[in-house]
Write a protein that binds this ligand. Structure first.
Ligand SMILES: [Zn+2]
Length: 346
């Protein structure tokens, strides 16, 4: 995940390089102009929010297990090992699992990298679906570590990588028997950050997995895919949701693209007293939600970017907590478990 420039950045949150920003802006900036968040606001169903019984300790156990695999960049054996572990887990809790392979490029070696998104589908027969995604690859190196020598150390990505995946694994326990009216796809995106170097010296493209996922979805919509047609009603990206000191702010691109969803999710958070969801606008973030919005899936980024260990060798389990994961999991499942909104009157 990366951020556009901001004068309000804290010194520990180094900004992405200008060159990369231009590339991302060219690729995605146009999206902002084309889809200015015109989705209709759904009538707010005044129902009691019903979160699933999310187990924060268990979710934190998954986070530690993922970190124990070691660094998990796209194209590595560790990345595959993690994906297989999650695939088995999803199957165990009732999902139909499929892999979505695609090809990326290592920007330093300039060699092709086999990448794979993993899709766990609950209620696969339902054609109105929701996608909850997280990237599972980790950045090759901790390029923003304040100690220069540390930038060649292994990057474990406890919060930036493992937290989202761990929470999806926990949510998987609660879908089979849930009252959700939606088909639910839990998706692991590969190739989110096969990017080298920090600050202004970054090499590589972000969001390769979510871009491939979005392209495939566009084909489904056009009827040029082998898959039967279905529609994503909404999407959520979970990234950096494990910070011990959690604060989830409303991310500006999410507000632009899916204002009604931000409103619904924060209303659910309030109703279940999930106080870490602050009623406050956060920093603009470039993340996997942008390619999904580009494919007309209204998607929000649930993220706490205020994490001093971002892209450092200290992004370790000790800076994450099960309580933080649980709070986000409760909000996500309480939203999923809401009845469908009534159709707008004609
Ligand atoms: Zn990152």
């Amino acid at each position: 995940m990366s951020t556009p420039p901001s004068s309000a950045a804290r010194p520990t949150l180094r900004l992405v390089g200008l060159a990369m920003i231009v590339v991302v802006a060219l690729g995605l900036g146009s999206v902002l102009l084309l889809w200015p968040g015109t989705r209709m606001t759904m009538a707010d169903a005044q129902v009691k929010a019903n979160p699933s019984k999310i187990d924060g300790d268990r979710a934190y156990g998954y986070l530690k297990a993922i970190c124990k695999i070691g660094p998990r960049p796209a194209g590595t054996a560790a990345n595959t090992k993690q994906r297989q572990m999650v695939a088995e887990h999803f199957k165990k809790y009732g999902a139909t699992v499929k892999e979505q392979p695609f090809s990326g490029v290592d920007p330093v070696a300039n060699t092709p990298v086999a990448m794979v998104n993993l899709i766990g589908s609950w209620f696969p027969e339902r054609t109105e679906r929701v996608v909850i995604g997280a990237h599972y690859d980790t950045r090759p190196f901790p390029d923003e570590d304040p100690i220069f020598a540390n930038r060649k150390l292994p990057f474990i990505g406890a919060n930036d990588g493992a937290s989202g995946v761990a929470l999806l694994m926990e949510i998987a326990h609660h879908l089979q028997d849930s009252p959700t009216p939606w088909g639910v796809d839990l998706v692991l995106f590969d190739g989110e950050e096969l990017v080298y170097g920090g600050g202004q010296n970054q090499t590589g493209d972000y969001f390769l997995g979510s871009k491939a996922f979005a392209e495939n979805y566009k084909k489904v919509q056009k009827g040029t895919s082998n898959e039967p047609k279905f529609t994503y009603y909404a999407g959520m990206v979970l990234d950096m949701v494990g910070d011990k000191d959690l604060d989830i702010l409303k991310e500006p691109n999410s507000i632009n693209f899916a204002p009604w969803l931000v409103k619904e999710v924060w209303a659910v958070a309030k109703s279940i007293n999930a106080t870490k969801f602050r009623d406050k606008r956060g920093r603009e973030i470039y993340d996997d939600h942008l390619p999904l919005n580009n494919a007309d899936i209204p998607t929000i980024d649930i993220i706490d970017f205020d994490y001093p260990y971002w892209h450092t060798a200290k992004d370790l389990p000790e800076h994450c907590s099960g309580a933080s994961l649980a709070q986000v999991g409760k909000v996500v499942t309480a939203w999923l478990n809401k009845p469908k909104p009534k159709p707008e009157p004609k």
